[in-house]
Design a protein around this ligand. Structure first.
Ligand SMILES: O=C(O)CCC(=O)C(=O)O
Ligand SMILES: [Fe+2]
Length: 453
């Protein structure tokens, strides 16, 4: 097992004073503001120049009990009520993943689907519009993205897909891209929620003479509201970070979004009355990150920086600029652990009654940290024993924020859109070491200024 910093484990710390708490709060707010202004989902439509409807047809093969019946048929875009219905009828009822099983439950999802190779567009829209490099730029990735076609979804009147997260398909899987084909329909909005913010993609009116697209990080909860009339057809692609060479650009010196966090962290370090004895800040990431049961922790930690999503990437860049010592922490929540660890949310509120601790929101001794990243969100990692799965409580940490992914309770969300692979979303925090005040002054000289100073 990867060696953690055992020397710091289980050492308690003093409660912070009001001044220190105010400093942490500033940092917390700066981080949360970045995340709120960041896109966890975005959408648009393909420009007319990229969509020549004369050249696009959708080929579909009707399916029955998993087998293709008959020859593929070509459908011209935009689809009409009649052609959309034919495509709907060609599909089979959509299952979804619950635990490791593939289940049909029309209380949860009412839709039909076609999987490749039983459908295809005759025109490579993504290449024709150089879509993936543009998406990478929009999402601020310095690595290339890959799109792998997953399926065609068709929703008839009353069709819907309740709130879920997409099953993580591997460490490199970051999100889902939907294309909404032009067909007459009403309703069927795709609603995406992340950290209390909601974004809605309403394609009913948008798609009449274009192809709409929408991207979401697949750890975000999303649902398709009931279609009121007509048939709504989407093609879903899984978006991966490419293992190929990165594009290697350093835009961070010009990135004004780093500024509020950078300023707060700078003030905090410059302030010798903040944690003069030194300590560790724990900043919970806003997104969950796919990790397989057998993935090595070292691999995960190495790959994570290039896979960070939205505001999490900004946090990383800021901390990196300061050159502070840092490591990743895996966070668990009792609801995700199948072996009955006593981790009570209730005990937190009991503690909050004690005035001194109530004031210091940064002191959270009851958080469970894993020595590995295996058991995560969802119900399907519950079979390991405590011996195989060392956990610890780091009572010395100053909690700036909690990982959002650790506190998902809605049972629907534990299910994915696919049968579960041995992969789940890791709830991760970044631990940043703040040196003691005497060491900090010498350390400070080494902290680079950004061009924004
Ligand atoms: O059709 C859509 O817009 C969303 C479908 C979806 O969420 C899924 O297939 O996982
Ligand atoms: Fe989904």
């Amino acid at each position: 097992m990867y060696a953690r910093k055992q020397d710091r484990v289980d050492k308690d710390r003093r409660l912070l004073n009001d001044h220190e708490i105010a400093r942490v709060k500033e940092l917390k707010e700066a981080f949360q503001q970045i995340d709120e202004s960041q896109a966890f989902a975005c959408s648009g439509s393909f420009p007319a120049s990229a969509v020549d409807f004369n050249k696009i047809a959708l080929f579909c093969q009707a399916m029955k009990d998993g087998d293709a019946v008959g020859a593929p048929q070509a459908f011209k875009l935009p689809l009409t009520n009649e052609t959309a219905k034919e495509i709907y009828d060609a599909g089979e009822p959509s299952p979804f993943g619950r635990g490791k099983d593939l289940v049909y439950d029309d209380a949860y999802r009412q839709a039909r689907e076609l999987k490749p190779p039983h459908f295809a567009l005759t025109y490579d829209l993504l290449s024709a519009s150089a879509f993936l490099p543009l998406l990478a730029e929009k999402l601020d990735y310095e690595v290339r993205l890959e799109a792998r076609v997953n399926k065609l979804n068709a929703y008839g009147p009353g069709g819907f897909f309740k709130a879920h997260k997409d099953t993580p398909l591997g460490k490199d899987h970051i999100g889902t891209l939907m294309l909404c084909l032009p067909s007459p329909f009403e309703g069927g909005e795709l609603v995406i929620r992340q950290n209390g913010i909601t974004t809605t993609f309403d394609w009913a009116n948008q798609v009449k003479d274009s192809i709409a697209w929408g991207f979401l990080f697949s750890d975000c909860e999303h649902e398709v509201l009931p279609v009121k009339s007509g048939i709504r057809i989407t093609i879903a692609y899984d978006i991966y970070i490419s293992r190929e060479l990165s594009m290697k650009k350093d835009k961070t010196i010009l990135d004004t979004r780093l500024e509020p966090m950078r300023r707060c962290l700078r003030t905090l370090i410059d302030d010798v009355s903040f944690l003069p004895e030194g300590g560790s800040l724990a900043i919970g990431l806003a997104h969950g990150y796919p990790l397989g049961q057998d993935d090595s922790l070292r691999d995960f930690e190495t790959l994570l920086p290039s896979r960070l999503k939205a505001g999490d990437a900004i946090l990383w860049k800021v901390v990196e600029k300061f050159g502070l010592e840092r490591q990743w922490l895996a966070i668990y929540d009792k609801h995700d652990l199948g072996f009955g660890l006593e981790y009570e949310y209730g005990s937190r509120s009991e503690k909050q009654n004690k005035t001194s601790e109530a004031k210091d929101f940064t002191y959270q001794p009851e958080i469970i940290l894993g020595d590995s990243f295996v058991a995560l969100e969802g119900e399907y990692f519950g079979e390991c024993s405590l011996d195989e799965f060392p956990v610890t409580q780091r009572k010395d940490l100053v909690w700036v924020t909690f990982p959002r992914a650790a506190s998902v309770k809605n049972t629907y969300i534990a299910y994915g859109n696919e049968p579960q692979s041995e992969t789940a979303y890791a709830a991760v925090a970044l631990e940043v070491t703040i040196p003691s005040a005497d060491k900090r002054t010498t350390h400070l000289g080494a902290i680079p200024e950004t061009k924004n100073d």
